[in-house]
Design a protein around this ligand. Structure first.
Ligand SMILES: C[S@@+](CC[C@H](N)C(=O)[O-])C[C@H]1O[C@@H](n2cnc3c(N)ncnc32)[C@H](O)[C@@H]1O
Length: 235
């Protein structure tokens, strides 16, 4: 097996499966478990609270999947942030009416956008949010694409936060044990691939377009690499 010193971005099986393919359905169920094992929702809730000074009105999540992840985050922070207009963007249309209703009940009405993030950002001239979030999403992209993505995101929101796989031997070894909790074949492939494509050090900060912004990049929990960028308004 090649080492983990450098990122290795490889195609993930889930990305090539049709939305209703039974293997994709199993993999999305596994993703809920993986997010739970990594404590991703608590880590994201904490990151948001740490980096967003006043209750936001408009949040965009990119690569939002079926919305299960953000619903868990919303449940944690809705008591403090009671009214949020949420936009869930993903190239697959996966958010069910039941999930929308669950968001609405929390006071977080959710709009969905089904689009490739790059295409959407290219055409969304009037997009304006208080914060943009991403979970287990950035690692899908090579560095050059991430630099392009960050340049397009910075003008549309003063805060960007992301929770991604951390590229360590420990995380990689753990990801190879997911068969023990019943993960399907797609997850058994995609989880180690995600770690190999994950981040360490200040790799994401190096790709952010404005070095004078306040950047926070570090380990969180056992398996997670977090990145937050607060736009500096004085330059
Ligand atoms: C690993 S899943 C994470 C989903 C969700 N954030 C979660 O934690 O459950 C990655 C998601 O990114 C979406 N995705 C991948 N490339 C994309 C792109 N270029 N534009 C929009 N969505 C994309 C996939 O459809 C998938 O739902």
């Amino acid at each position: 097996m090649p080492g983990l010193a450098d990122r290795l971005v490889q195609p993930e099986i889930l990305d090539g499966l049709a939305e209703k393919d039974p293997r994709a359905i199993t993999a999305r169920r596994d993703l809920v478990l993986v997010n739970r094992l990594m404590f991703q929702q608590s880590i994201m809730a904490r990151l948001l609270e740490d980096h967003v000074a006043s209750p936001p009105r408009r949040i965009l999540e990119i690569g939002a999947g079926d919305g299960a992840f953000m619903l868990g985050v919303a449940r944690r922070i809705a008591p403090k942030w009671p009214r949020v207009e949420l936009t869930l963007l993903d190239r697959a249309d996966l958010v069910t009416p039941e999930r929308r209703a669950a968001f609405a009940e929390l006071g977080w009405p959710a709009k969905t956008v089904t689009a490739d993030v790059f295409d959407w950002l290219h055409s969304a001239d009037d997009a304006c949010f208080d914060v943009v979030t991403a979970n287990l999403f950035l690692h899908h992209f090579a560095d050059a694409d991430l630099a392009r993505l960050f340049s397009a995101l910075r003008p549309i929101a003063p805060v960007f936060v992301a929770t991604e796989p951390r590229r360590t031997g420990f995380a990689h070894a753990a990801s190879r044990l997911l068969w023990m909790v019943g993960a399907g074949d797609v997850t058994r492939h995609d989880a180690p691939a995600s770690v190999r494509a994950g981040f360490r050090g200040s790799e994401l900060s190096a790709l952010w377009p404005a070095k004078h912004d306040h950047l926070d990049e570090r380990r969180a929990g056992l398996f997670t690499h977090v990145f937050a960028a607060n736009r500096s308004e004085d330059a």
